[in-house]
Design a protein around this ligand. Structure first.
Ligand code: G3P
Length: 215
């Protein structure tokens, strides 16, 4: 499973790339707003740090405007992937971008049928939001399972990005289902490294190592 970071904080990305585990980055207007910085500046810095798909979201809601905005964003760097919201206008825009060979990540996907439409138009990525489904008492990971089954039935190349990840169990279940990618808040990325028994084991090894005669 590929790991993307779901953040617009460049310092978090700079720290995470040191582990050699980051395959891409997803951003959205809410994440960029938290930084207080200009979207373009943030994207340029991220593209310099990570050699993989970097999702940049358009904010227009009408298809023609989405396409124009997408073209400008795509000029920033060859790794920019355009995030398009899953609406009727969004599907129109995404179809156009696919024809122009501009990579697309369909976002705000909450149903298997929405994902079917995304797969049919041949976008590169689809982003089901699992945490937000959990928030309304649906099981977000069931959606991921449904999408993986549907895409398998028809041999779609669209990769599934598990998004709105809130905790490590989301990542575990995404991997068990075989989702292609999970996009993680920096906090969840760091939580994946942790186990208390590892910490206890390290302490014990170091204590015992100190008891070994040096010569
Ligand atoms: O990947 C999408 C993500 O940024 C949304 O997360 O926690 O706002 O649902 P959340």
């Amino acid at each position: 499973m590929k790991i993307f970071l779901d953040t617009a904080h460049v310092e978090e990305i700079r720290e995470a790339v040191t582990y050699g585990l980051v395959d891409g980055v997803t951003t959205n207007p809410s994440l960029v707003a938290k930084t207080g910085r200009k979207y373009v500046d943030v994207l340029k810095e991220i593209c310099a740090l990570v050699d993989g798909p970097i999702s940049a979201e358009v904010i227009s809601v009408e298809s023609g405007k989405m396409v124009e905005e997408a073209k400008k964003l795509a000029e920033i760097h060859p790794n920019i992937t355009i995030k398009i919201i899953m609406t009727e206008e969004g599907i129109k825009a995404a179809s156009e971008l696919v024809k122009l060979n501009i990579p697309v990540n369909m976002t705000l996907v909450f149903s298997p049928l929405q994902a079917l439409l995304c797969g049919k138009i041949g976008v590169d990525f689809v982003s089901p939001f699992v945490g937000r489904l959990d928030d309304i008492s649906n099981t977000g990971l069931n959606l991921v399972e449904d999408i993986m089954n549907i895409y398998g039935n028809y041999g779609f190349d669209t990769e599934v990005i598990v998004a709105s990840v809130r905790h490590p169990i989301h990542v575990l279940e995404a991997a068990q289902i075989g989702a292609h990618i999970s996009t993680l808040p920096h906090k969840v990325f760091k939580q994946m490294f942790q186990h208390p028994l590892t910490d206890i084991g390290v302490k014990k090894f170091l204590e015992d190592a100190a008891k070994i005669p040096k010569s």
